[in-house]
Design a protein around this ligand. Structure first.
Ligand code: 1PR
Length: 600
């Protein structure tokens, strides 16, 4: 995880929140309390849930200190038939029957919360007495002696070793985002069902195997170097990847036939430790798989309903007399469908978010809440994320907006227009103000949680020196035979061109803290003729963070082309999925193929 200074004051006092087993742990925001009129019906669930053991043994104690989205972990636990009790005091840890610690945010801030609330000591004695424990992501890192993240910072000191940052000079993009394979040791137990299937990682820091910690290691993974993917000692487990985000279904038989998911099988093995065990299949060494992302452009139509729409070169209106917004279906239903089909991630872009204040758009928050109940792959949401002052003069920071999205189930937020303004300012002054939405959110939630969405339009040139922005020779000459083009960034959904190129923007937002770039291209959007290879090559070679290629997919071959000809880490598409033109997701998605490679 990345640097963060999230509000440790967010940690609720015992009286401040309900101790109900099903309540969200964090204080409910005033925004949530004051807005009630939701024009939204809960969708049906997609699959049957498991039933937990009875006799009061169906409670999982969850350590959520309020630093980010642990909604998916909650949903996954409930999906497996368990109730949740939130830790409010050190005694709750002492009395837990099984404890899950989904660490989010940054190492130093998390340790600060644990120390200030007396939780660190309780955690150490719980783990030292070999009680059932599962740490996730930062929940693994905190078990080590220290971390270099904004440090050195002392950790819980249970496992020898220092957590350090991935070295991007090995040619790997940092953060490490996506699906990767494990090398599993025989006695991993909770990994027994996953075989060769890949798991979802998102982190910039990692622990390295050594002679001192080798007795703890239950699996490793490769990303430029070998790092610790999971540890196990007795009943104590911790994993660097996200089981709750590692979807990919397979059929599992436990009491009754149950459709279960790769990542959830790990949680299930932790929650039901006595269930029958298969010997793990040794994972093949593998590199990070490329991801395929289903994108849902969402906006309110003329009747006031939030619908999925899709434009041609960003024009989402039907060319009829009524000129209505193209309505392609309901966001939650489509997201669920694409997840079941095999999408590696799902993105929601509120394409008219720039007009209104996103937190007025409660249906968008509800869409995230409902989607995250059944969709166990990463969810990104974007549109309108910026600082905002409402009609009553109340100021909301972009951080509040993002926090609300994270609480509602988003794993990443995507910033478009506001990142353009921030980059322009940075390039003009050469100073990082620290105040832009991009900087604020990545400082608090880590840069892996912040995507910058770029909406460039091709501008043709006869001579590359005619502009001060980076221009390239294009394989699609302009209408008058121009051989060069630069890519002008736009804001407000392509409505306004800005004096900055996509290349300059990408480099600037990487410096300002973006963890990923979603690279659209207005010229290609909705055309189905393939991605803009020139643009994607230029940007993916210019930055060391992952680049998501977007706009123009119209055939499975377009995905192979973008992955072979450029350094894109992922490809995003919309129309091809809405038009149901994908016969076989695994042919299109190397990540899906990799995830399924252990299928029996
Ligand atoms: O500027 O922070 O409010 O964010 C607005 C977000 O909404 C941005 O991410 C911007 O890309 C997106 N957006 C705004 N207007 C539109 C529009 O279509 N009128 N959609 C829009 C952008 C592009 C992709 C699309 C791909 C793939 N759509 O999301 O899904 O091009 O499409 P295809 O596979 O069908 O070719 P802010």
């Amino acid at each position: 995880m990345e640097a963060a200074t999230f509000g440790c004051s967010h940690f609720p006092t015992p009286n401040a929140r309900s101790s109900s087993s099903t309540s969200q742990s964090r204080l409910v925001s005033p925004l949530e309390l004051t807005r009630t009129s939701l024009k939204f019906k809960p969708p049906p669930t997609f699959s049957a849930r498991a039933s937990a053991p009875g006799g009061g043994d169906s409670v999982v104690t969850l350590l959520d200190y309020g630093a980010g989205n642990v909604r998916s972990v909650r949903n996954a636990i409930r999906f497996l038939g368990f109730d949740i009790k939130d830790v409010q005091t050190p005694e709750d840890i002492v009395n837990a029957k099984r404890l899950i610690f989904p660490g989010v945010g940054a190492f130093a801030a998390a340790m600060d919360v644990l120390n200030r609330n007396g939780l660190a000591e309780a955690l150490c004695s719980y783990i030292e007495s070999d009680r059932p424990f599962l740490g996730i992501c930062l929940g693994l890192q905190l078990l080590f002696e220290s971390s270099e993240e904004k440090g050195p910072v002392k950790g819980l000191g249970l496992i020898p070793g220092v957590v350090g940052r991935f070295d991007s000079s090995h040619g790997c993009r940092v953060p490490h985002i996506g699906w990767n394979a494990l090398q599993i040791k025989d006695d991993s137990e909770i990994l027994d069902d996953i075989g060769n299937r890949h798991l979802y990682f998102v982190h910039s820091y990692r622990a390295i195997p050594s002679d001192d910690n080798k007795e703890w290691i239950s699996s490793t993974c490769n990303y430029g170097e070998k790092f610790i993917a999971s540890v196990r000692r007795g009943n104590v487990h911790a994993v660097q990847f996200h089981p709750e985000k590692s979807g990919g279904k397979f059929r599992y038989y436990f009491l009754q036939p149950l459709l279960i998911y790769v990542g959830l099988s790990i949680l299930r093995r932790f929650l039901y430790p006595k269930s029958s065990s298969k010997k793990p299949v040794q994972g093949k060494a593998s590199k990070l798989a490329k991801r395929v992302i289903a994108c849902l452009d969402v906006r309110t139509n003329d009747k006031g309903d939030l619908v999925v729409t899709k434009g041609d070169q960003y024009d989402v209106r039907e060319h009829t007399k009524e000129n209505e917004v193209r309505n392609l279906g309901k966001p939650v239903d489509l997201a669920g469908q694409y997840y079941l089909d095999g999408a590696d991630e799902v993105s929601f872009l509120n394409i008219t978010g720039f007009r209104a204040f996103p937190l007025d758009d409660l249906p968008m928050l509800q869409i995230l809440r409902y989607t995250s109940e059944n969709v166990f792959v990463p969810l990104t949401v974007g549109g309108g994320i910026r600082d905002f002052t409402d009609g009553n003069g109340r100021y909301y920071s972009s951080l509040e907006v993002a926090s609300e999205y994270f609480r509602s189930g988003a794993d990443k937020i995507s910033i478009g227009s506001d990142a353009v303004y921030a980059a322009e300012e940075f390039l003009k002054t050469g100073v990082k103000s620290g105040k832009s939405s991009l900087e604020q959110i990545s400082r608090v939630y880590g840069n892996q949680a912040v995507v910058v969405s770029i909406d460039p339009r091709r501008v043709y040139l006869r001579n590359p020196d005619d502009v001060k922005f980076k221009a390239i020779r294009t394989r699609n000459p302009g209408p008058n035979g121009e051989e060069y083009a630069w890519y002008q960034c736009t804001v407000n959904g392509g409505r306004e061109g800005r004096p900055i190129g996509a290349y300059e923007l990408a480099k600037a937002v990487e410096e300002l803290g973006a963890g990923e770039i979603l690279l659209n291209c207005i010229d290609c959007d909705g055309q189905g003729k393939g991605f803009d290879i020139d643009l994607i090559q230029m940007i993916s070679d210019a930055v060391s963070i992952p680049v998501i290629a977007s706009s123009g997919a119209g055939a499975v071959e377009h995905f192979s082309e973008v992955f072979t000809k450029t350094n894109a880490s992922a490809a995003l598409a919309a129309g091809i999925f809405h038009r149901k033109e994908v016969p076989n997701w695994s042919a299109m998605s190397p990540a899906l193929a990799a995830k399924d490679s252990g299928e029996q």
